[in-house]
Ligand binder design. Structure first.
Ligand SMILES: Nc1nc2c(ncn2[C@@H]2O[C@H](COP(=O)(O)OP(=O)(O)OP(=O)(O)O)[C@@H](O)[C@H]2O)c(=O)[nH]1
Ligand SMILES: [Mg+2]
Length: 259
């Protein structure tokens, strides 16, 4: 299988970046904050005694009280900055953190790390104030590392997303895996829908105007009907509908979230 090899490659990238960084910004997706915390990144940082800040990105997609609850919980371990690269949230606070770091050290290199698609490159662009790193809804956009100068003695390192040794399915639910690369998109979409039905069924109504049903498969079928995705003879194209849902999740078009 391709997965372990990819994982080893990414782990070695993470190690390399960690050895070059003085500080780590671990970017997570605020909608699934605990699932997008990256154990490889955190463990490597711990081993090497590097300071970690959690950047809880995409907070524009979640309610404030949820964000605050998560922050409180995570701050037992690391400082957390609520951030949105899309809206203007958290920029001032993060600028302040960087400024303080730059005063404490002659030279600061900050490794920006996390799962694919959590918004690492977008956070960097926001801090820089213009587009210096390439971003895309497609997970796996950033291929190599890139050094970005933020101040005379402050550098950010943009990095490719780091995955840990886990299944494609789990990565897809984190929005870190391209739906077209899944062997069983329907199965994964059903898992996602199940999670959404458990936690925020109204989000399906908001995004698609469908009444969420109790059964994930029925909900997926209903959605295919609504989108009018059909195979021959008028049956719903479940495969295509599944990929659409997964893409909408990746793109932040479905406003569901959970602990
Ligand atoms: N709603 C919302 N979307 C965001 C935010 N930040 C990034 N995005 C979107 O998330 C997607 C991924 O952003 P990137 O910055 O490319 O993510 P990345 O972590 O660098 O991804 P890789 O390089 O693939 O690992 C893009 O479609 C962004 O527009 C945010 O704060 N809010
Ligand atoms: Mg990137």
């Amino acid at each position: 299988m391709e997965k372990p090899r990819e994982w080893l490659r990414e782990k070695s990238i993470a190690k390399k970046i960690l050895s070059k960084s003085d500080v780590v910004f671990e970017v997570i997706d605020a909608r699934i904050p605990f699932e997008t915390r990256n154990s490889v990144v955190e463990n490597l940082a711990k081993e090497r005694n590097k300071k970690v800040y959690i950047i809880m990105n995409k907070v524009d997609l979640i309610p404030k009280d949820f964000a605050k609850k998560v922050k409180k919980e995570m701050e037992k371990e690391y400082p957390v900055i609520m951030f949105s690269a899309r809206k203007n949230i958290g920029k001032k606070e993060l600028d302040r953190v960087i400024k303080d770091l730059s005063k404490e050290n002659r030279l600061v290199k900050i490794g920006v790390l996390g799962y694919p698609n959590v918004g690492k490159s977008s956070v960097i662009n926001k801090l820089k104030g213009r587009k210096v790193a390439t971003t895309s809804p497609k997970p796996g956009m950033t291929k190599g590392e890139q050094l970005i100068k933020l101040a005379p003695n402050v550098f950010l390192i943009d990095t490719p997303g780091i995955i840990t040794l886990e299944f494609q399915e789990d990565l897809a639910l984190k929005g870190s895996w391209i739906p077209e690369k899944l062997e069983q998109p329907v199965e994964i979409a059903l898992k996602l829908i199940e999670k959404i039905l458990e936690n925020k069924p109204e989000s399906l109504k908001e995004s698609y105007g469908i009444q969420p049903l109790e059964d994930p498969l029925e909900t997926l079928r209903e959605l295919g009907e609504r989108l009018n995705y059909r195979i021959s003879r008028g049956d719903v194209d479940l495969d295509r509908t599944a990929k659409k849902v997964l893409w909408d999740w990746i793109k932040g078009n479905i406003k569901a979230y959970w602990i």
